[in-house]
Design a protein around this ligand. Structure first.
Ligand code: N7H
Length: 503
């Protein structure tokens, strides 16, 4: 299945070309032609059309921002069908810069390009660099983000990881210099792009690691591996589209470096870049499903299966359909989950209920409430744009029957923010992992975010799992998510890639 203008014959010749690069060094013309093929015109949209996600803005609605210069992944979020993250080390900075400038930079996909099928490339290509990568390229300006400078590896304990024993070896340390992000609707095309990248750079780079993500099949499209629709709630960035009802509006400088609302002094060339926090988060899906069945509260009028679904919804803050539990406290509401005019329009506040103690609608600990507390705490500067994608196979019958994961699956988590310490790392460390958050006068220790909250591998608790007995605690002896680590990168503007980065 390849519903594109790229024919099988062209693709095969492209793959043959790269598999046998002309005497080890592909010619300029051959690379240009391969690149042109990969960036040719599309006839179908490469992004998933998921009911429940708001529409992308039209080009006319991006007037406030430089959509032609901002890399495409940053503001578009979790809409990709297939994606490969290709992490590399730079061996020959001078040659890498030259080739990046001539062969790759002209094909980096912008935000504007992704907004319409007519302008989308066959494969969307973005690139981002770590601190050690920029240093290798002799780009040594202070970007104003200490966590970027230190790297994610040094933050493992702060992020709640139980050491770094589970980290992918490539993430352990600061060896990764950068990553190519390649997205399309067909993995064969992404593979072709990867082969072109390797043909272009040859021994100038070494691939240290790659991870392949994919939208889930059939009716699960848009749902993360536990089964919940994901990517519904993103902040609305001023100047980019029209906010949906209930959507939090944030200054562009919360996501984009150097834009209005960014309080940090940055080098001029860094404007319209964004910091990318990558995490490989394995999800223990059969174990999670079994936990819900074994720990479901007894709720009058609900069957055991409905109670298990309710527990999942109260842990996440949304039902599997995406409907917010705050507006649907006992039963899922698939029509609301699929309706972007309704599925974000809630605040956790209800007439006749005390916001500082009410957990009958949604627990304080629910993942969505911990990471975006809405009326509990107005904190637009702690917003992120999430742009991850699930990875790994579907759960097998044998895994379901044994309640045991046999093959790794999870979320290739990506978030964009202008300050890592206000965005991803803040949400993980200060909110999700902090049993004292949300701080309020009536409940001093509501507990951990049951989904991503981490306690260095030790037991965690959450209050409010039972709607009829909100003060009782649920203990979780082990995590449902295993961190395999990650990396902090900077995704520069396209003009910066063509100038400062490749100078
Ligand atoms: Fe989360 N999940 O399946 O439970 N997330 N998340 N996340 N997350 C959200 O509203 C999930 C992770 C946020 O605005 C939904 O789009 C899983 C990290 C934020 O109301 C679901 C993993 C961080 C929001 C999940 C994971 C965040 C959010 C509801 C890891 C930051 C928006 C769908 C495997 C540190 C909240 C939606 C809002 C929503 C899940 C990771 C943050 C279903 C499985 C690491 C800010």
């Amino acid at each position: 299945m390849r519903p594109l203008s790229l024919s099988t014959a062209t693709l095969l010749s492209l793959l043959t070309f790269v598999a046998n690069p002309v005497s080890g060094a592909a010619t300029t013309a051959a690379i240009a032609s391969a690149n042109a093929t990969l960036t040719g015109k599309r006839t179908t949209n490469m992004l998933g059309n998921i009911a429940g996600f708001g529409p992308l803005p039209s080009t006319a609605q991006t007037g406030g921002l430089n959509a032609n210069d901002i890399q495409g992944d940053i503001l578009i979020g979790m809409k990709k069908k297939k994606e490969v993250f290709y992490f590399f080390q730079i061996n020959n900075p001078a040659s890498f810069k030259k080739k990046l400038k001539i062969f790759i930079a002209p094909f980096i996909t912008s935000t504007a390009q992704l907004l319409s099928t007519n302008t989308q490339p066959i494969v969307a290509l973005n690139v981002a660099f770590s601190f050690t990568g920029l240093t290798a390229l002799n780009v040594t300006d202070d970007l104003g983000d200490p966590l970027f400078t230190q790297g994610q590896f040094s933050q493992a304990a702060v992020l709640g990881d139980p050491g770094t024993g589970n980290w992918v070896s490539a993430f352990a340390g600061n060896g990764i210099h950068g990553a190519f992000l390649m997205a399309s609707d067909d993995l064969l095309l992404v593979d072709a792009q990867e082969i072109v990248i390797e043909g272009v750079f040859g021994s100038d780079i070494t691939k240290l690691y790659s991870l392949q993500g994919s939208i889930r099949p059939g009716a699960e499209a848009g749902h993360e591996p536990f089964g919940f629709l994901d990517g519904i709630s993103q902040p609305a960035v001023t100047g980019f589209g029209t906010p949906l009802p209930g959507q939090l509006v944030v200054n562009p400088g919360v996501i984009l470096v150097g834009e209005s609302g960014d309080p940090i002094t940055r080098p001029t060339w860094a404007k319209d870049g964004s910091f990318l926090a990558f995490r490989q988060l394995e999800q223990l899906v059969p174990e999670f499903s079994q936990f819900l069945v074994a720990n479901a509260p007894t709720v009058p009028g609900l069957t055991a299966a409905q109670s298990a679904d309710l527990l999942g919804a109260r842990m996440v803050g949304r039902w599997k359909s995406g409907a917010p539990v705050d507006l649907n406290p006992l039963f899922d509401n698939p029509a609301m989950g699929a309706n972007p005019q309704q599925n974000n329009n809630f605040t956790y506040q209800h007439d006749g209920f005390d916001l500082s103690s009410d957990q009958t609608h949604c627990p304080f600990d629910a993942h969505t409430r911990k990471t975006h507390p809405r009326a509990d705490l107005f904190a637009p500067n702690n917003s992120i744009i999430r742009a991850g994608i699930p990875y790994g196979p579907e759960v097998t019958a044998a895994e379901s029957a044994s309640h045991t994961t046999q093959t790794e699956r999870g979320l290739a988590f990506v978030s964009y923010q202008a300050q890592i310490g206000q965005g991803f790392q803040f949400l993980q460390n200060r909110w999700a992992n902090n049993p004292g958050f949300i701080f309020n006068k009536n409940i001093s220790r509501p507990g951990f975010d049951p989904i991503i909250g981490a306690n260095a591998g030790q037991a965690r608790f959450m209050m409010g799992f039972d709607p009829n007995n909100a003060n009782s605690n649920l203990t979780m002896m082990s995590d449902f998510i295993i961190s395999h680590g990650g990396v902090y990168l900077f995704s520069p503007s396209i003009s910066a890639i063509k100038t400062v980065i490749t100078a």
